[in-house]
Design a protein around this ligand. Structure first.
Ligand code: MIG
Length: 643
């Protein structure tokens, strides 16, 4: 029983699986809040100096105050700071004015709107679309204490295999074994370390989960082995939708056992995604979840030790039912003479086919024996898909550690896997967004996370890629990924090979530090990446530092995230030792006093600030691996000590 967390219940809350510990049940309205029962909205008057931290994968800054965030997992690759929903819903936040702070977690798997001084500056409102909510208030003296308590409530974070801290190359567009061999060969040729090559949807036969196209990948098992001998793990994607096709075992078994999500009339919902028409497995149902999880065996038996789960918001290109309605409406439009408003109506009807909100109300789950319409538990879908895989691994691949991360998520999924932050774009602003999201993800338990480095959509540039790598070398999930049709962005596509090699080798040399700080954060329910304000509570300047992070106990980073910059301003809350890394072996150091500094950082330089009394050890042989595991010998470590 956790005493410093109070739980308030409204309506009939679902057992979402977010929370694993008992807490103190409290009657009434969460302390400090007003509740408008008719509107189903909670209000909180913000103090003048209140800052809001958390909410996981959301747009805008580290301090969330001033915008509106809607927890509603959405496949929206065209996101910018005006969007309100991304791929994940992590409803934990901290309200902190520096004198008093508290945490709150809204455990409601449907749409929840957090209006944080957007409609009315000075007022925060929280509105669950359906108020079947467990509302938790977390007491504590500091944000870090509150984070620790909350994380105990939701359980320990997923730890991936150690090799997953290496560098990974991905691209939507690798189609054949030879495409992948080529990637491995080019990296090897240039002596850039790499541990993972990701396989996107084209490895499958007609985009069917748990199949491998035999023409593109003849002798798949041998190929997996061949790559392992090169020190590379292949990491295939798994999509949520199951292709409707007679004779396809996953479809046949799911159909026969009633494992797919059904419409009101009992028929299986027909949606369309990459495979064409699909059914969605009902991951919320215990039997269906266990069944789907076992299917990963096809790939683990072939030697695969890592997966990424995609399209599990679930993304819907269209549903059969909605498309019929659209065609009817279009025929009606055709009969009428359209005025200009009619034209826009027509455009809306056609333009809102994908991920249409109505479609999420067309199907149901059998959730612990309760028939639940999907929209009420929408944000659990990706979580339960990942749980499905993760819970099966012990059985299908005993004794093996499996890499697992997902696109959609909800608080609680952090016990089963990590996340990547979905389809970002090759924009400088998305590099900053990546920096600002990391602490909020960690607060919610998602320690193993990262973004598509270089940007997924759009065309990257050499300098953006380099700056992004310079930040990415500190993120636990370190993957370069890009979309079909965009400019190639494997590191060997650029001219500055030596710089990229040095940076990736620096990452490998940092793994002893990164890994041990990561594990420490898991075991002590701490954060791996923190805003400065969480540590320097007496320094008001730190309240507003939005582009520097503490990484583990010893260092602060200040990434360059703007085009054509050869330096940046940095605020130091105390005296620190700046190490300007050009490579593991080549760096210069400088002692800087507390205060503001303009610090130069050429395109190939990484700024690392070491805190007083701390040290950063590098293992320069970290990049040399045998059997895919890192070799870290004691005598190869160089410790950079300070002051
Ligand atoms: O509709 O599998 O976020 O990483 O490359 C796009 C193709 C589907 C979305 C994922 C992205 C992946 C892509 N997928």
């Amino acid at each position: 029983m956790i005493e410093y967390i109070r739980k308030y219940e409204f309506g009939e809350p679902y057992e979402t699986g977010a929370v694993i510990e008992e807490t103190v049940k409290t009657e009434g309205i969460p302390e400090g809040f007003r509740y408008d029962e008719e509107a189903g909205t909670f209000f909180y008057d913000l103090h003048e100096k209140d800052m809001i931290f958390g909410l996981g994968e959301t747009v805008r800054g580290i301090n969330k105050r001033g915008w509106i965030y809607v927890s509603n997992n959405s496949d929206d690759p065209a996101h910018d700071e005006n969007k309100t929903s991304l791929y994940a819903s992590q409803n934990f936040m901290i309200v902190d004015d520096g004198e008093r702070c508290f945490g709150l977690f809204v455990d409601n798997p449907g749409t929840v709107t957090f209006d944080i001084g957007y409609s009315t500056p000075g007022v925060m409102s929280i509105h669950p679309e359906y108020n079947d909510t467990s509302f938790y208030l977390v007491d504590g003296q500091t944000p870090l204490e509150i984070v620790g308590r909350f994380r105990r409530l939701i359980g320990a974070s997923y730890i991936p295999p150690k090799w997953a801290f290496g560098y990974g190359q991905s691209r939507w567009g690798y189609k054949t074994a030879d495409d992948i061999r080529e990637v491995a060969r080019r990296y090897k040729e240039l002596d850039i370390p790499i541990d993972m090559i990701y396989m996107d949807i084209d490895y499958m036969q007609d985009f069917k989960d748990f199949t491998v196209n035999p023409e593109r990948f003849p002798d798949f098992e041998d190929f997996v082995k061949e790559m392992r001998e090169e020190g590379i793990h292949l990491v295939p994607i798994i999509d949520a939708g199951v292709k409707i096709e007679d004779g396809y075992d996953v479809y046949e078994e799911g159909k026969a056992n009633g494992y797919f999500c059904k419409k009101e009339n009992g028929e299986d919902l027909v949606a369309a995604v990459w495979p064409g028409k699909v059914h969605f497995p009902d991951f919320l149902n215990d039997d269906a979840r266990r069944w789907f999880g076992k299917k990963y065996k096809v790939l683990t038996d072939a030697g695969i030790e890592g997966f990424w789960n995609d399209m599990n918001e679930p993304a819907i290109f269209y549903t059969e039912d909605h498309l019929k309605e659209v065609f009817e409406q279009v025929r009606d439009f055709e009969k009428k003479e359209l005025d200009i408003w009619g034209f826009f109506d027509f455009k809306d009807v056609v333009g809102s086919i994908a991920n249409n909100p109505e479609d999420y109300r067309r199907f149901y789950h059998d959730f612990n024996g309760r028939k639940v319409r999907h929209d009420r538990v929408h944000n659990l879908y990706g979580f339960y898909m990942t749980r499905s895989a993760s819970e099966s691994f012990e059985k299908i691949a005993p004794g093996k550690e499996i890499l697992m991360f997902s696109r959609a998520s909800y608080t609680g999924m952090h016990r089963y896997g990590g996340v990547w932050t979905g389809d970002n774009t090759s924009r400088w602003s998305h590099l900053l967004m990546n920096i600002q999201m990391m602490p909020a993800l960690g607060m919610n338990g998602f320690l193993f996370s990262g973004a598509d480095i270089g940007g997924f959509g759009g065309n990257t540039t050499e300098d953006l890629m380099m700056r992004w790598i310079e930040f990415g070398i500190f993120t636990p999930l370190f993957r370069n990924h890009s979309a079909l049709g965009t400019r190639d962005q494997e590191l060997y596509r650029f001219d500055k090979t030596e710089d990229f090699r040095n940076l990736i080798k620096l990452r490998y040399a940092l793994i002893p530090y990164i890994y041990s700080e990561f594990i420490k954060a898991v075991e002590t329910y701490d954060m791996y990446m923190k805003p400065l304000w969480f540590e320097y509570r007496n320094d008001d300047r730190c309240r507003e530092v939005e582009d520097q992070l503490l990484v583990g106990d010893s260092i602060m980073i200040a990434p360059v995230y703007e085009q054509n910059k050869t330096g940046r301003y940095v605020y130091l809350p105390e005296k620190m030792k700046l190490v300007r890394f050009r490579s593991c072996e080549d760096c210069d150091t400088e002692i800087l006093d507390k205060g503001d500094h303009y610090v130069s950082a050429a395109l190939n330089e990484v700024l690392v600030f070491i805190r007083p009394g701390k040290e950063l050890s590098l293992d320069v042989n970290g990049g040399e691996r045998r059997d895919g595991s890192f070799v870290h010998t004691n005598d190869s470590g160089t410790a950079i000590t300070v002051i």
